[in-house]
Write a protein that binds this ligand. Structure first.
Ligand SMILES: Nc1ncnc2c1ncn2[C@@H]1O[C@H](COP(=O)(O)OP(=O)(O)OP(=O)(O)O)[C@@H](O)[C@H]1O
Ligand SMILES: [Mg+2]
Length: 285
């Protein structure tokens, strides 16, 4: 079932002259419960702008957003409540922590939802554990935490609102491989528990191929392609035209194939590649 849908969504920042094209133009797509969509596009292609229309931070100039089949803007006075249901984790969210302690920062959203202190405490414990935030760190000022720890606190604050849709703007940018894996595992676990829909913007094709069911390619604020990960990555020529690339491991497989190895090249993760190469060698022995 579609949990979030956009129909012909367009928006231009007011200060941009109308001579320029719209910041996002005629965007229509649909996200199901439990599904993960990755958004890729060159810098300035409108990814962050699109994300902000999905939870009502930006009101589109035209077109509609549907949450659980209902118009997000049906009653503009309720838009604040809608933001609890579509949890948006900003690009570099660690710069938005502001409370005295990490605990209070995570509690901020749930408190605004009007949850009891008891329920808030339960949720903070649950999501801190999920993200590996220690008791000690919960009592520290967010400013005393490392970049990766701050990022986890910011995500815990959104998960603690238990949104139906989780929207993540470059969640792993700047994190080391262990930090990335930990964050992705937490997102996956949350999704399995709640059946939430997830939207992720990332410049890492590897991360997206691991996490996503579908990919949406944005260029100049317009959808250039929307389909399964496989469909999008198989069209590497079109991606290259847009200044984007297939995952590194896919390039390796394509080159091995070009060198005459009889292997599949429709492979987008390192795990799949390892299996395919082992399979190739075991057959050629
Ligand atoms: N607050 C703003 N006011 C005016 N113009 C803006 C604003 N935010 C973004 N823009 C412009 O809108 C366009 C799309 O920006 P957006 O931040 O959505 O791109 P992006 O795809 O998220 O890029 P990146 O990969 O660098 O994060 C850019 O041309 C940008 O300069
Ligand atoms: Mg952005």
């Amino acid at each position: 079932m579609s949990i979030l849908k956009t129909k012909n969504l367009s928006f231009t920042y007011p200060q941009i002259s109308s001579v320029h094209h719209a910041t996002i133009n005629d965007i229509s797509f649909s996200l199901d419960s439990g599904e993960t969509i990755g958004i890729i596009g060159h810098t300035g292609s409108g990814k962050s702008t699109l994300l902000q229309t999905l939870n009502g931070l930006i009101k589109p100039d035209s077109g509609m957003v549907f949450l659980n089949e209902k118009d997000l803007w049906e009653n503009p006075k309720e838009i604040y409540q809608k933001r609890f249901k579509v949890g948006l984790v900003f690009q570099y969210p660690e710069y938005q922590l502001f409370e005295e302690t990490a605990y209070k920062d995570i509690a901020y959203g749930p408190k605004n939802m009007g949850l009891s202190d008891e329920e808030i405490d339960l949720r903070i414990n649950e999501y801190s554990a999920l993200l590996g935030i220690t008791e000690d760190n919960l009592n520290k000022s967010p400013f005393e935490l490392s970049g990766g720890e701050k990022r986890r606190v910011a995500l815990a604050g959104i998960l603690a609102m238990e949104p139906d849709v989780l929207v993540l703007d470059e969640p792993t940018a700047g994190l080391d491989p262990i930090g990335r894996t930990m964050l992705f595992n937490a997102i996956k676990e949350y999704q399995i528990k709640t059946n939430a829909g997830v939207i992720i913007v990332s410049h890492s094709m590897e991360d997206l191929s691991k996490m996503c069911d579908k990919l949406l390619v944005l260029s100049g604020g317009e959808i250039k392609k929307f389909g399964s990960v496989k469909d999008v990555f198989l069209d590497s020529a079109e991606l290259n035209n847009l200044g984007l690339d297939v995952p590194m491991v896919t390039r390796v497989m394509l080159e091995l194939k070009a060198k005459g190895l009889d292997i599949r090249s429709d492979i987008f993760t390192v795990d799949e590649a390892a299996k395919e190469i082992l399979n190739f060698f075991s057959q050629s022995l």
